[in-house]
Write a new protein. Sequence first.
Length: 149
Amino acid sequence: MLLNRQLVFLYLILAVSVGYLVSALNLGAPIADGSLTPAFFPILVGCAAILFASILTLQKLRETRDEPEDTAPRTFTHLWVVVAMFIYIAAFRQLGYFLSSGLFVFALIVLFSSFEKLAIKAVIAAVVTGVAYLMFQQLFGVRLPTLWG
């Protein structure tokens, strides 16, 4: 029996999600001295990625395998998202929260839309990054890394 391409992809995403979580755990403890640390959000994203990849894999396993193959044109958006996540984790400590998160959010917006109206998308990415910063600083009391230390 041949493996379904979608199922193989879901296994790959699950494996990459585990790798992402391991990388995020290398940033340090998510909670220190009773408060959240900058590692909290990447670890949360890694756990969520594993959870959602697992759910999608189980759903796909439950579907019938006789369905005809999808003939839609292939896109590689999903792979670019994984690449963006790894770059984000690697750059987070060196570039700081604002630059790495702003670029990550901007990349995701562009990946899921088009290359039009880039200025508006950059503003949206900046707003999302700013709101998340305020949430972590004010609500959670987390000091996020900056470019200058």
